[in-house]
Design a protein around this ligand. Structure first.
Ligand code: AMP
Length: 590
């Protein structure tokens, strides 16, 4: 394997990338860098997933080829999302930190255009842009790209998926004929090939890994369950991997918010990322995830684009995407930078055909695994806890002064008893939660690992779809009364004088609303609301025609990987969480 120096990278860049921990070029870099460093290199189409090191593959040679003395824009990089665009600019800044006077500017929508104009006017060598904002700046005459030497189209398939085709064509038309065009794409649908044919001259084709194949070091696991058990299976999977740091992909914004809300309610360290959130909310969630303050990110495909995070241990497909190529994208978020990763699918029997199509696409077989049983999860969590305890560093300086009193208190306990009490302290809730829970696996002859279990009943696990011991109430107030979910929670609190009634879904409609609450308190709620009014309007609350209710609601165990320490049953007086559907899902706050 050649070194960066051997493939032509100069010293001032070498020192910078060494600081980033780049020791050897990744396969795509080994192929792309020498090509781009040639004097009159040809255009290039590169089939590459995210996480393969493509930013450095095109970024390093572009920086090296830049004429610093010339302050005009020399290279243009287009990418589909603000996050990716900013990430590319930041990577290039890192690579070029030892080159005096080198300038890269990011231009993207959703941020002050004035600041971007100021930055461009100061002179910039490389622009990293999203198509819409770039076109806006071109139309205002702020940027001149008539003399650029290179255009990079990064994640070209995504730019087309996101409807940037016309913008791209308008941009490409204003670039000079004599330039290099480099196209990077994780997939090669016909639309991408059409762009390549139209705007590129004899491009060399470079492919990292197989065409449309999944990343090498990702293994694919499938858990087969009934569709209604998806959420329970998700929780068990999260509990079974105590060190999980993963993205859970859902199909719609609403489903994303629902799953995230339920996970938060159930004590997991999770949050949602989707297009109904403001840019600021999205940035906050992504930052939390990047710094690992968040262990489970529930996201839509589009919102997760450009989220550049390494070391993701698991990608979970809560639902399979409609387009199999999206599966490739999703699973490519784990197993990056040479690390192993796992892509999990929670599927039902109807999706078997789709699974086979995906296997053909990623050229790997799914490993069919049984959904872990409660007992197996408890065992895994316990062992994890013990391992953590063994590895913990004891700071004698800090604790020495407390020890005598503690020793005295524990004096009478035998070693075994001490261990038992310690384990129980941490795990009673966990064990209680999973006690007698059902086997979620569907009996399927082709799924060899499905186990037959007898005498196990569902107990204590809560489905996401209101299938609990909840009663649905009708209330004669709605949006026209400016009723908010918090008002309902507040009124249930105040009028019943009970502080811990579990509240489920709240649905605020125009002139009336529905809310779910623990059936054990039906009488108190009905009585509590009697004769009350809201904004001077007399309130009427009745039991609504109920949706299907089953199972028993329970809290959640504490501890574990994706879990927040001390997870509690959802309690209205504490978190105010829950599924709030008054038109659009509400973002949960901290
Ligand atoms: P990318 O595909 O450009 O998003 O890169 C994926 C990740 O790999 C990024 O975090 C890069 O910083 C990292 N990376 C890129 N090239 C190398 C290299 N040669 N050695 C180690 N890490 C790298």
């Amino acid at each position: 394997m050649l070194s960066f120096k051997e493939i032509g990278i100069e010293n001032n860049i070498l020192t910078a990338i060494e600081d980033l921990g780049f020791e050897k070029p990744m396969p795509i870099q080994e192929k792309v860098i020498p090509h781009l460093l040639q004097e009159n290199c040809s255009d290039m189409v590169a089939l590459a997933q995210t996480g393969t090191g493509k930013t450095a593959a095109f970024g390093l040679p572009l920086i090296q080829k830049t004429d610093i003395a010339n302050k005009s824009v020399q290279h243009l990089i287009l990418s589909p999302t603000r996050e990716l665009c900013v990430q590319i600019a930041k990577d290039l800044e890192d690579f070029s930190k030892n080159i005096k006077g080198f300038k890269v500017t990011a231009v993207f929508g959703g941020a002050s255009i004035e600041n971007q104009i100021k930055a461009i006017k100061k002179g910039t060598h490389i622009i990293s842009a999203t198509p819409g904002r770039l076109l806006d700046l071109l139309n205002r005459g702020v940027i001149n790209i008539s003399k650029i030497k290179t255009v990079v189209l990064d994640e070209a398939d995504e730019m087309l998926n996101m409807g940037f085709r016309d913008d791209l064509e308008d941009i490409l038309k204003t670039t000079p004929k004599e330039k290099n065009t480099l196209l990077f794409s994780a997939t090669m649908p016909n639309e991408v090939l059409a762009i390549a044919n139209r705007y590129m001259k004899n491009p060399v084709e470079i492919s990292v890994g197989q065409r449309n194949a999944g990343a090498e070091n990702v293994n694919h696991i499938c858990f087969m369950v009934h569709a209604r058990d998806r959420y329970l299976a998700l929780k068990r999977i999260a509990d079974f991997y105590p060190e999980i740091y993963g993205i859970i992909f859902c199909r719609t914004r609403r489903e994303t918010q629902e799953v995230a809300d339920s996970l938060i309610k159930d004590g997991y360290n999770a949050d949602a990322l989707h297009g109904d959130l403001s840019q600021i909310q999205r940035d906050t969630v992504m930052n939390k995830f990047r710094i690992r303050h968040l262990r489970l990110l529930v996201a839509t495909d589009v919102a997760a684009r450009g989220l550049d995070v390494d070391n993701i241990s698991h990608v979970i497909n809560y639902n399979l995407p409609d387009d199999n190529e999206i599966y490739t994208h999703r699973s490519g978020r784990t197993g990056r930078a040479g690390k192993a990763g796992t892509s999990i699918v929670i599927a039902n029997l109807k999706e078997k055909g789709k699974l086979r199509d995906i296997e053909r696409q990623v050229k790997k077989k799914f490993e069919h695994k049984p959904v872990p049983l409660g007992k197996e999860i408890c065992e895994k969590q316990l062992i994890h806890l013990i391992d953590k305890m063994k590895a913990v560093e004891v700071d004698r300086k800090q604790i020495d002064s407390f020890l005598p009193a503690i020793y005295e208190k524990l004096e009478k306990l035998e070693r075994e008893e001490l261990i038992q009490k310690f384990v129980s302290l941490e795990f009673n809730r966990f064990i209680e939660y999973y006690k007698n829970t059902a086997d979620l696996n569907v009996p399927d002859s082709s799924n060899k690992s499905t186990r037959e279990r007898s005498g196990e009943r569902t107990r204590g696990e809560r489905h996401i779809d209101s299938s609990d011991q909840f009663t649905r109430f009708f209330i004669n107030l709605g949006k026209t009364d400016e009723l908010k979910p918090t008002n309902i929670i507040g009124m249930v609190n105040d009028f019943t004088n009970v502080r811990n009634i579990d509240i489920g879904a709240i649905e605020i409609l125009k002139n009336f609303s529905f809310f779910e609450a623990d059936s054990n308190y039906t009488k108190q709620i009905l009585k509590g609301f009697e004769g009350k009014s809201f904004n001077k309007r007399p309130i009427s609350v009745e039991v609504a025609e109920s949706k299907k209710m089953e199972g028993a609601r329970s809290g959640s165990p504490r501890s574990g990987g994706g879990r927040q320490g001390g997870g509690k049953p959802f309690n209205k007086s504490k978190s105010g969480g829950g599924k709030f559907f008054d038109g659009k899902p509400k973002k949960k706050r901290y």
